[in-house]
Write a protein that binds this ligand. Structure first.
Ligand code: NI
Length: 268
């Protein structure tokens, strides 16, 4: 079915996300059983800074639906740049879009990514629901594994294409689980593994944002030559604190997001 509205697009992105990330559905269902209403703080999307698919291209449907630019972020070590967008309708989650800075990688990686993007039909990137179309190119396991040597991010994107990398539960809207440490303990008791890179809780009350996340579950992905098991998506949890003016902080903390990116790394 063709999606034409922003709420329709957000629903489609969620459906696609839980289809390949059953752990998110499981956690969502656990919260529901506990009587919680889940509100999303943000949805994270990944792309390359190739001219056809830059952050600005990916953001277009969101901007047209009333989203406004909210801030930008640099991740030097991971060679990423990101922007976030927010909507005055609080029912619409913030959209966090990062892009891999191709020029900072080897000529081989650049050539590989260019050849993937060249496989996309003309104007595909301008489709309203581009952020939930999945992988728009063919790729082999050898290419995936070569990309992994330079960037987990590039390999993930090559394998999964355009779809949410994660949704994020807005902890402030939870009744029983408003404390992130309590939330983490509860999830671990349910047998859910959390990303421990940089500590389970990233950020602090002092930087106005606390975040934690599950580790990505592995799923079977069909490549050109064979199917292999690779890390898919993760589920994130964010608690925001008020700024001196009393409004909740709506931005992101680069040092925290830097570690959260590692939730999809191989072998954590
Ligand atoms: Ni996030």
């Amino acid at each position: 079915m063709e999606v034409k509205t922003m709420s329709g697009l957000l629903d489609k992105m969620w459906a696609d996300y839980v289809a390949i990330n059953p752990l998110a559905q499981k956690i969502y269902d656990i919260f529901k059983t506990e009587g919680e209403e889940i509100v999303n703080d943000h949805i994270a999307l990944r792309t390359f800074n190739h001219p056809r698919v830059t952050i600005d291209v990916i953001a277009k449907p969101f901007i047209e639906a009333g989203y406004k630019y909210g801030g930008d972020y640099h991740f030097t070590e991971k060679k990423l740049y990101a922007k976030h967008y927010e909507h005055e309708n609080a029912a619409f989650p913030k959209i966090f879009i990062s892009e891999l800075k191709l020029q900072d990688f080897s000529a081989e990686l650049q050539k590989t990514i260019n050849s993937l993007i060249d496989q996309m039909p003309k104007d595909l990137e301008h489709k309203f629901d581009f952020t939930s179309i999945g992988r728009p190119w063919n790729v082999s396991t050898a290419t995936y594994e070569n990309l992994l040597k330079e960037s987990d991010y590039a390999a993930w994107l090559a394998a999964f294409g355009y779809r949410p990398n994660h949704f994020t539960v807005f902890i402030n809207k939870l009744k029983k689980f408003s404390d992130i440490l309590f939330l983490n303990t509860y999830l671990k008791e349910k047998g859910i593994k959390l990303n421990a890179s940089g500590g389970e809780v990233k950020g602090s009350k002092e930087v106005l944002l606390e975040q934690s996340s599950t580790l990505a579950n592995n799923i079977d992905v069909k490549f050109d030559d064979k199917t292999i098991s690779v890390p898919a998506c993760y589920y994130e949890f964010a608690k925001r604190y008020a700024m001196p003016n009393g409004n909740l902080y709506t931005g992101f903390v680069a040092a925290s997001a830097d570690k959260i990116f590692e939730s999809t790394n191989q072998g954590q």
